[in-house]
Design a protein around this ligand. Structure first.
Ligand SMILES: C[S@@+](CC[C@H](N)C(=O)[O-])C[C@H]1O[C@@H](n2cnc3c(N)ncnc32)[C@H](O)[C@@H]1O
Ligand code: SF4
Length: 325
């Protein structure tokens, strides 16, 4: 009887200790902020296009010295980053693509990140760039909102006489030749929402086709201090759903409504500050270079659950993709 009492007491003590350990872990997780598993670094705001709906506009011309950008990337890797996406502005505008190329090589070769990706409008990329840096890049996403050139012009996705669609096909061919996984991003807005892009997307055969509902962000593409005014580009959830349904036979389709998109990305701006979009505008944290990743990320507004729900974690290393090059 005595032995049973001691055993019962021990079980109770163990249970209490386990509950305390679990609660402490949850408390620590909550107070240390989310892990920066997948980060989007918008290192420049400059761009050669003028898309009317753009939500990351040329409010500054600042770009970090490359040594500082590398220092920040190393800090992110030490904090748990597995995927980095370079974005902008237009990432290939800085030093003819050399800046982003050197960061891509640093992230793959020195930091050994499983996934290094870029999202670009495609117009400034050259074959020389692929020859020098292609091997270090996992995925290149090119934005294409329409296969009708006049529609691209109305949207502002063009530069002078350059045809956006010829840049797109050139880059697709180089991706195949230099073994970089090719992806397409589309923003559904009032000018393309009735289009059927299925056949052209099937022909281009990207590994993934991200389709976004046009999003408004205060201070970027809406409001008095904004450079762009994208209200006339915005479509309803129903119009977005109609576009998605029209393309449901495209296997690579990954739709993202405003709700799924708004807070599910960890965004770093040109000063390496996390941008919190929860209030409908981009509120910056302090720079990770000044206060460290753990402190800055508490002010990122990142919704980790929505990141998981929208499929933010996918096969993102080209080594793990079964690609027929
Ligand atoms: C800001 S851009 C920067 C990279 C590059 N200049 C480009 O256009 O691909 C990053 C991605 O955001 C998308 N995007 C821009 N404005 C948007 C908006 N208002 N709503 C949803 N996506 C948007 C672009 O089409 C692109 O795929
Ligand atoms: S969405 Fe258009 S304007 Fe904005 S950064 Fe990309 S290409 Fe430039």
């Amino acid at each position: 009887m005595m032995e049973f009492g001691v055993m019962f007491g021990s079980v109770i003590v163990l249970c209490v200790l386990a509950i305390i350990a679990f609660l402490s872990m949850k408390f620590l997780q909550k107070n240390s902020g989310p892990k920066p598993l997948s980060v989007n670094y918008h290192f420049t705001r400059q761009c050669n296009y003028q898309c009317g709906f753009c939500f990351h506009t040329a409010k500054t011309s600042f770009v970090l010295p490359i040594s500082e950008a590398k220092r920040g990337l190393k800090m992110l890797k030490e904090a748990g980053m597995k995927k980095i996406n370079f974005s902008g502005g237009e990432p290939f505008i800085k030093d003819d693509g050399q800046y982003v190329g050197k960061l891509v090589r640093y992230c793959k070769q020195s930091l050994k990140l499983p996934s290094v990706t870029i999202v670009s409008n495609g117009s400034l990329i050259t074959e020389d760039w692929f020859q020098e840096f292609g091997e270090f890049l996992d995925i290149l996403a090119i934005s294409c909102d329409s296969f009708d050139e006049p529609t691209n012009r109305v949207i502002g996705r063009h530069q002078n006489k350059k045809h956006h669609l010829s840049s797109l096909t050139c880059v697709r061919d180089w991706c195949k030749e230099y073994r970089v996984a090719f992806k397409i991003n589309t923003v559904v807005n009032t000018h393309n929402c009735d289009e059927d892009m299925s056949q052209e997307i099937l022909d281009l055969d990207p590994v993934r086709w991200k389709v976004f509902q046009c999003l408004l962000i205060g201070g970027e593409n809406t409001g008095p201090d904004a450079i762009r005014h994208a209200e006339s580009f915005v479509i309803s959830e129903e119009m977005f759903e109609k576009f998605v349904q029209r393309h449901k036979s495209v296997p690579q389709l990954v739709p993202e409504s405003n709700t799924a998109m708004k807070d599910s990305y960890l965004i770093l701006d040109e000063y390496m500050r996390f941008l919190d979009c929860t209030k409908g505008k981009k509120d910056p944290s302090k720079s990770i270079l000044d206060v460290g990743v753990q402190e800055a990320i508490k002010f990122s507004g990142f919704d980790e659950a929505m990141f998981k729900k929208r499929g933010g974690r996918y096969v993102w290393s080209k080594a793990d993709m079964k690609l027929d090059w």
